[in-house]
Ligand binder design. Structure first.
Ligand code: ZN
Ligand code: ZN
Length: 186
């Protein structure tokens, strides 16, 4: 049986080389093919002029509404600054055991913190946030292991501490969840 793809949805310009790295990460971690799509969403209605940020909950819902049934999961890639009502900002969010997630590069750039631009570091952070959010969609919750990609991150320094990997505990749980998913599909 052909496996449903995980859709990588670019909402903004993202370099091809980076998308390739992200696709490889996803296939390696979850064993599903990745299909890249460009999104054509109008983001302006999610802009909050008071906060000068975009409504993460609204955008997550929009990605869910527009995701096609052939997709196993859809992860939206953005460059805008997200907020949710209870937090100043978020790097990304996803529905636990759901089929959508969103991530943003905005807060991952060194320039935002008065540091020199570092493209490699920014890409590495983005890859970690993407695996983290997809991990949630595959049923993983936050982990206390400081180097596990499922550890929650408040600051970019927290992301920098993590590896682009699941710890053994999360990996075992993920393997179980992936097996269960395959049994349902067959
Ligand atoms: Zn999380
Ligand atoms: Zn873990």
């Amino acid at each position: 049986m052909k496996k449903q793809p995980i859709i990588l949805l670019s909402c903004g310009h993202f370099e091809k080389d980076m998308l390739k790295l992200i696709s490889n990460d996803i296939t390696r971690a979850f064993h599903y093919p990745v299909v890249h799509k460009e999104c054509s969403f109008e983001l302006s209605k999610f802009y909050n002029p008071g906060r000068r940020q975009y409504d993460g909950n609204g955008i997550l819902k929009m990605v869910a509404d527009k995701s096609t049934p052939d997709a196993l999961k859809t992860i939206g890639l953005f460059r805008v600054d997200f907020f949710i009502p209870i937090l100043t900002y978020i790097f990304g969010q996803a529905t636990l055991n759901g089929d959508v997630g969103i991530v943003s590069l905005f807060r991952l750039r060194n320039e935002l913190y008065g540091l020199a631009r570092n493209n490699d570091l920014q890409i590495e952070r983005f890859r970690k946030v993407i695996l983290h959010e997809l991990g949630h969609t595959f049923g993983l919750i936050h982990c206390h292991n400081p180097v596990c990609v499922m550890r929650s991150s408040t600051y970019v320094e927290d992301i920098d501490q993590k590896k682009i990997l699941f710890c053994q505990y999360c990996q075992d749980k993920l393997n179980n969840n992936l097996d269960r998913l395959l049994m349902v599909e067959e």
